[in-house]
Every structure is written in C-alpha cells, then in structure tokens.
Design a protein around this ligand. Sequence first.
Ligand SMILES: Nc1ncnc2c1ncn2[C@@H]1O[C@H](COP(=O)(O)OP(=O)(O)OP(=O)(O)O)[C@@H](O)[C@H]1O
Ligand SMILES: [Mg+2]
Length: 159
Amino acid sequence: MNKTATLTTTSREETLALAAQFAKLLGGGEIVFLRGPIGAGKTVFVKGVAASLGLKSSPTSASFSLMKQYKNKHTRLFHIDLFRLEEGEVFNLGFEEMLEDEQAIILAEWPDPIAAMLPADRLEMNFVLEHADTRRIELTANGCVSQALLEGLCKAVAH
Ligand SMILES: Nc1ncnc2c1ncn2[C@@H]1O[C@H](COP(=O)(O)OP(=O)(O)OP(=O)(O)O)[C@@H](O)[C@H]1O
Ligand SMILES: [Mg+2]
C-alpha cells in the first residue's frame, strides 16, 4: 500500500534544512523522483542533500547536464535531470553504471524517461508552487525503503 504525507517549506533555506534532515536517513540504495514545475525547488533540495552528506561533485564524462555524480569514499549519489528528454533517448548516455549500482542514491528530476528502468520502490516528491516562497511537498512511498524514508522525514520535521 502507498503511504503519503505532505510537508511545507516557506523559504529556500527551509528546503535546505529539510534536505539535511533527509540526508541523515540515507544509507545507499534509495531512489527519489522529484516532480513539479520549473523553479519549484527540486534542484535546491538535491544540492542540499549532496552538500549535507559532504559529497563532492565528480565529473561524469558523458552527458554532464543529464547526470551529475557526487561521491566520497563510502557514498555515491547520482543527480539526474531529464528535462525534455524522451524515453527512447536514454540509451548510451552513461546511465548503465548507475543502474547497476544497487548502493547508489539516485535523485531524479523529470524522471519519466528512465522510470521504467528503475525499481518500483522509490519516494516520489511532488513540489507544488504555492504563494511567494512557499512550496508544498507531497510525498508518496510505494515500497519498504521509500516508506522508511517518508516516515523518517515526517518524524524528523515533527521534532
Ligand atoms: N521554499 C523554497 N524551496 C526551494 N526553493 C525556493 C523556495 N522558495 C523560493 N525558492 C527559489 O526557487 C528556486 C528553485 O529553483 P530550482 O532550481 O531548485 O527549481 P527546480 O524545481 O529544480 O526547477 P527545474 O525544473 O527548472 O530544474 C530557487 O531560485 C530558490 O531560491
Ligand atoms: Mg532543477
């Protein structure tokens, strides 16, 4: 069964703080799909996660604009952004390494072109633009790993 929750942030800084709480829950192997319109705060959230894990951006040879890899000795995080890509265009772009890495943390904006290639257990975060700097973030989990993330995040923000 799906689990859902809704969170709200009222500034970029608050979204970064949420990302820092979220980062603490990650152990490797988590998949997050970030949805919502341009300027909703998806990239702010992803960069916040990478920064609070202390990860450095490491250049990926192919398609740098579509996939950025952040890593340190223990953790690999992939930031995907497939804006305007079609499903048929994702082959030979260098995603194979990421898809074979079961311990990678994958955070994907505009994820639809690659969705069918990833496990179903992923946390969906739908960023909704409200007034001014307020963003509503609708969370949906559809598996054990993503449910644990959702519950952990809700618990963390309740404190
Ligand atoms: N509550 C908030 N959370 C996150 N960002 C906010 C918030 N309020 C205002 N902002 C601003 O909104 C913008 C969000 O930009 P961001 O690049 O994260 O959007 P995005 O969802 O990744 O868009 P795109 O689909 O183009 O990649 C930033 O300029 C940020 O400063
Ligand atoms: Mg973005």
